[in-house]
Design a protein around this ligand. Structure first.
Ligand SMILES: [Zn+2]
Length: 209
């Protein structure tokens, strides 16, 4: 990620190796443990991502309130990148008068964003699956209008490796990349973006400057 050296650590439960960079605080799973796309889709299909799932809707209400509402008057168009099988967030943004395109590698694979750019890109519960987060962020940046926002949700890891090994979020076999706000600051610096806000648990906003 930042070309500093990352030190390896092991978890006892799965005998997986992770690497932890002390500079950007990025943690990533050794690539030999990364699951196939087929297995990945099977895990996604077990998720219950729809409007009937109240916890899921509540999670997005909170996400919108803190990470989108502060910039909302500037937002006319949006892309929900990695929307999953049931595009709930997209629908919630549409209800707020924003025009929303959706894309998902597995469920809505048509690259509708290809010749377009947006005021806002949302990417929730996506970054923990990425093998190359810088590359993906760079791609998303090219589809943002100048001054546009990239609002991301992914659980921030609990810095200590002991806590990390006990952490529920890393048990999902498709979760391979884990961040702290610092990680996104490093990514932003690399790409000419700015980390404009973040919270203590799982959300942040990058701005294209
Ligand atoms: Zn690093």
């Amino acid at each position: 990620m930042c070309y500093s050296s990352a030190y390896p650590f092991q978890d006892e439960k799965f005998q997986h190796t992770y690497y932890y960079c002390q500079n950007c605080e990025f943690i990533f799973l050794d690539e030999k443990h990364i699951v196939s796309s087929k297995k990945e889709v099977e895990v996604y299909e077990r998720h219950d991502n729809n409007f009937q799932n109240k916890g899921y809707v509540k999670m997005f209400e909170r996400f919108i309130e803190s990470n989108i509402k502060p910039f909302e008057d500037k937002l006319k168009t949006a892309l929900d990148f990695g929307c999953g099988p049931g595009p709930v967030l997209a629908e919630m943004l549409r209800q707020r008068g924003i025009e929303v395109d959706i894309y998902d590698l597995y469920f809505y694979p048509e690259k509708v964003y290809e010749h377009k750019s947006y005021d806002l890109i949302t990417s929730t519960e996506v970054f923990e699956h990425l093998e190359d987060p810088v590359k993906t962020t760079k791609l998303l940046k090219t589809h943002l209008n100048h001054g546009g926002y990239l609002a991301i949700m992914t659980r921030f890891h609990p810095r200590s490796t002991i806590e990390f090994n006990k952490w529920f979020y890393r048990i999902d076999p498709t979760h391979i990349a884990f961040y702290q706000p610092k990680t996104f600051e490093v990514i932003a610096d690399k790409l000419g973006m700015k980390l404009v806000q973040y919270d203590s648990t799982d959300s942040l906003v990058l701005k294209k400057i």
